[in-house]
Design a protein around this ligand. Structure first.
Ligand SMILES: [Zn+2]
Length: 151
């Protein structure tokens, strides 16, 4: 038996502070830059940035702009939540990062855009496509999608 409950809930306004690391990440997105956190104690980069190093628990004091981005995993979604065919496939990927030649621990899940599904290659270098600067809010959806890097 299917029941349909409808009611209204008043949710009070709240402010969720992102913290020092989140603020740096957010400021970067507004500028069209992706920052990783850097732990100088154990020479470790992290994405998304955090305020403490998960390896040595030192406080993070440095953030560095990522220099390389790679498609590590992806999935192609062909149907919506109800099983209906989508007008066009939606691709979600796990992006890994590097700063200079050093790997960043972690990564980001985001939308991927390619002209042809055959272009999806694991390990391919990608680049972010940001919204117009006036539309950016300092959130991860300021990145519209990642695409294959063009040289
Ligand atoms: Zn550390």
């Amino acid at each position: 038996m299917k029941r349909d409950f409808r009611f209204k809930v008043d949710v009070p306004k709240y402010i969720y502070p992102t913290g020092k690391a989140g603020e740096k990440f957010s400021d970067g997105l507004k500028k069209g830059v992706i920052y990783a956190a850097y732990c100088g104690e154990c020479d470790n980069y992290m994405m998304p940035p955090s305020i403490y190093c998960p390896r040595c628990f030192s406080e993070i004091k440095q953030f560095r702009e990522v220099t390389h981005m790679y498609l590590d995993l992806y999935t192609v979604v062909l149907k919506d939540f109800y099983g209906r065919d989508l007008d066009e496939p939606v691709i979600y990927g796990f992006i890994r990062f590097e700063v200079e030649d050093k790997e960043v621990e972690g990564g980001l899940i985001h939308r991927i855009h390619v002209d042809n599904l055959d272009d999806l290659i694991l390990g391919a270098e990608v680049e972010p496509v940001f919204k117009d600067v006036k539309e950016r809010r300092g959130i991860v959806t300021d990145i519209l999608y990642f695409r294959l890097k063009s040289d």
